[in-house]
Design a protein around this ligand. Structure first.
Ligand code: BMA
Length: 376
């Protein structure tokens, strides 16, 4: 009898031990956002992006619903959908000149809110970049007069920067679905900083100043403005080593998505190795840090090479099993015939783009899993 009781107690202990181990494994496997108070939809988006890595790549397009070649603001229209029958899975938007009526590319901010909502309601993903005007000179973001040291805490233009963030926060808070749910946004500020063309880029500020600006931005939006529907995306431009990629990295507590922009190595087949190296580096670092990896911005202006989508982009992504594990890729905007990065009806890259869309590895809106529910 005593032996039986002892046996039962032992079994019970063992059972709870196994349960605890299982539970903590699941908890650890779950990817944690920068924002501990992130909304359930935002957390689900992050978990889904991570779960998708290695299964496929979401395809994205900047300003897709706002305009295309030969049209502007036509309800339901998209160059991507016109060409292949599906909307992209991801939509890029730009908030330069936030607080005014139109952004730098004449996109009306009120209408942008509507397009972000439409995309969300169809199950798509939204990302926002910020070509912020130079806060010292009032010039645009390409005015690379040093400014970062002026707007970080303690700097003479710090209060001015806080007001810019207040205005941005008001816009972000307006991004609500019908139910009042805030629409999750991948926020990608201060991008391409490995180049020196923007005032926040290398050469125009120190790495420490950049990190301080990034950390302040996250803390202010999250802890002061109570914005809990953002995922923070770090996206340098070209880099040739892990050290270079991480030089301005603000830290694991401030970044959800490790990404990069590249319009160079992807466009030159001779530089395939470099392209693959960049993809692999970002995936490896993201894996090691428990983050999502992405290819935040790319494209070939005017797409002069008709098989660019399959041969440059997709073949490059698929060239390596590690490099292929990025969650999404986004091409830049279709502004006008001399400045566009996605095909439109009649373009010579259309047949290839249809192949690209049909490839089982590319994910368009029609192929998306439910991005705002926890993955199974
Ligand atoms: C650049 C170009 C510009 C545009 C800017 C911000 O790459 O497309 O025409 O104003 O991005 O969106």
């Amino acid at each position: 009898m005593q032996a039986l009781t002892f046996y039962l107690i032992l079994m019970k202990k063992l059972f709870f031990l196994i349960l605890t181990i299982l539970f903590s494994t699941i908890l650890h496997a779950q990817i944690k956002p920068v924002d501990q108070k992130a909304t359930p939809e935002t957390m689900a988006l992050l978990a889904n992006l991570k779960a998708i890595q290695g299964k496929g790549v979401l395809f994205g397009h900047q300003d897709d619903l706002a305009y295309g070649i030969g049209w502007k603001e036509e309800k339901g229209r998209s160059d991507i959908k016109d060409v292949c029958g599906s909307y992209p899975a991801l939509y890029g938007w730009e908030v330069s000149k936030i607080g005014q009526e139109f952004n730098i590319d004449s996109v009306n901010f009120e209408k942008m809110k509507g397009w972000i909502k439409e995309a969300y309601q169809r199950g798509g993903v939204n990302t926002i970049s910020w070509h912020m005007d130079n806060p010292v000179t009032g010039g645009n973001s390409w005015d690379n007069t040093p400014a970062v040291s002026s707007i970080i805490p303690g700097g003479p233009r710090h209060e001015f920067y806080k007001v810019r963030l207040d205005i941005l926060a008001t816009f972000l808070n307006d991004l609500k679905a019908g139910s009042g749910t805030r629409i999750p946004i991948i926020f990608r500020p201060f991008h391409e900083h490995t180049g020196s063309w923007f005032w926040w880029g290398k050469g125009n500020c120190t790495a420490e100043e950049y990190k301080s600006l990034w950390r302040f931005t996250v803390e202010y939006l999250r802890d002061v403005k109570n914005i809990h529907h953002l995922l923070y995306c770090y996206s340098p431009d070209q880099f040739d080593s892990e050290e270079q990629y991480l030089e301005f990295y603000p830290g694991d507590d401030f970044v959800d998505i490790l990404a990069f922009d590249d319009y160079h190595s992807v466009n030159n087949l001779q530089h395939r190795e470099k392209f693959v190296f960049r993809l692999k580096t970002v995936v490896r670092l993201a894996d090691a840090k428990g983050k999502v990896a992405a290819f935040s911005e790319t494209g070939s202006e005017r797409i002069p090479v008709p098989d660019w989508f399959t041969n440059n982009l997709l073949a490059g992504i698929r060239a390596d099993p590690v490099g292929s594990r990025i969650a999404y890729v986004m091409v830049w905007r279709n502004a006008r015939p001399e400045h566009h990065y996605a095909p439109y009806p009649g373009h010579s890259s259309v047949p290839d783009f249809i192949q690209f869309r049909k490839d089982p590895y590319t994910i368009f809106e029609n192929d998306l899993p439910k991005m705002y529910r926890n993955p199974k």
